[in-house]
Design a binder for this molecule. Sequence first.
Ligand code: DQA
Length: 155
Amino acid sequence: MSDRLPVYVLNGPNLNLLGVREPDIYGRETLADVQALCERAAGDATVVFRQTNHEGELIDWVHEAREKASALVINAAGYTHTSVALLDALKTLTIPVVECHLSNPAARERFRHRSYVSAVAAGVVSGFGPFSYELAVRAALRLAQERRAAADRSV
Ligand code: DQA
């Protein structure tokens, strides 16, 4: 594992409509704006930033991250609250996972209170709009760096 591998930032369904979708909840910034924020937050590190509306594709990307990422930031959107298959995929990872949400699901409808992603996440950042992503990327990079330092110490 290397912290020189990219940080993957994966986004689930409907986040392609960020900026026009329920702006009172999710704000006016677009997913492209969020991507730019993540890239700035990552500094010299590379960010692989993707969005899909398809559960299987999201799972394929989690599998890809097993080999190609130093850490994963994931906003699984609606799949956060429903997808056992996504949880199973995330359980195959050994890299740090940071769960991220624009809104604060814990303060919303009851069905949003359960997160399958939280079961495997090192931590959760939610409720700060796009700033949640900035914090999540910074946390992911820090965790990846700590893992690398620990691995270096053990050789
Ligand atoms: C979300 C919160 C989820 O409950 C919702 O289904 C989303 C977006 C967020 O970023 O606040 O699509 O993940």
